[in-house]
Design a protein around this ligand. Structure first.
Ligand code: FEO
Length: 173
């Protein structure tokens, strides 16, 4: 049994995960256009992870008998001056997502909705990893500055990222 308030909050967040996915898909395309194929791969993996997050919320809500609604997506930013800018915007966005997950967890505790609280635990841990990945790349990019060779080395590192479906995930997209 899930309250209407809780299901509305989770549905809002489901839409936010979809927005995140779209944002990273655009960043992948932008990195590709910059000639940074590794970064394009990194953002494509990020896109796929966000779609998986979206599906986790979808599956949880439908299992709880909730009919989801998709809000009209707000425009996804599509112009960046550098890889550093894209990653800084990624980190800012992920910090906002972390804050939303924390708010949802708090709401679940207040409502004594332990099923939702447990469902959200996976996301609490996931956000630590997401922010850490972004911070790591930002630090490296700041070290190399505008040095093309350095940026290409980071791009090569970003090319190594692979999409891994965590155990127990809903059907991936
Ligand atoms: Fe789905 Fe990047 O948090």
């Amino acid at each position: 049994m899930i309250s209407k308030t809780m299901s509305d909050s989770l549905t809002n967040h489901l839409n936010l995960e979809l927005f995140s996915a779209n944002q990273y898909l655009v960043m992948s395309s932008y990195a590709n256009e910059m000639g940074l194929k590794g970064a394009a791969n990194w953002f494509m993996v990020q896109y796929r992870e966000e779609m998986l997050h979206f599906m986790r919320f979808y599956t949880y809500l439908t299992d709880q008998g909730v009919v989801i609604s998709i809000s009209a997506n707000k425009d996804v930013p599509g112009s960046y001056s550098s890889l550093l800018e894209m990653l800084e915007k990624t980190l800012t966005h992920e910090r906002m997502i972390t804050s939303c997950i924390n708010d949802l967890s708090e709401q679940a505790v207040v409502e004594k909705d332990h099923a939702t609280r447990i469902f959200l635990q996976w996301f609490v841990t996931e956000q630590i990893e997401e922010e850490n990945n972004d911070r790591d790349l930002i630090a490296k990019l700041k070290l190399v500055g505008t040095n093309g060779h350095g940026i290409l080395m980071i791009d090569a590192e970003m090319a190594q990222r692979v999409f891994v479906i965590p155990p127990g995930s809903p059907q991936a997209v």
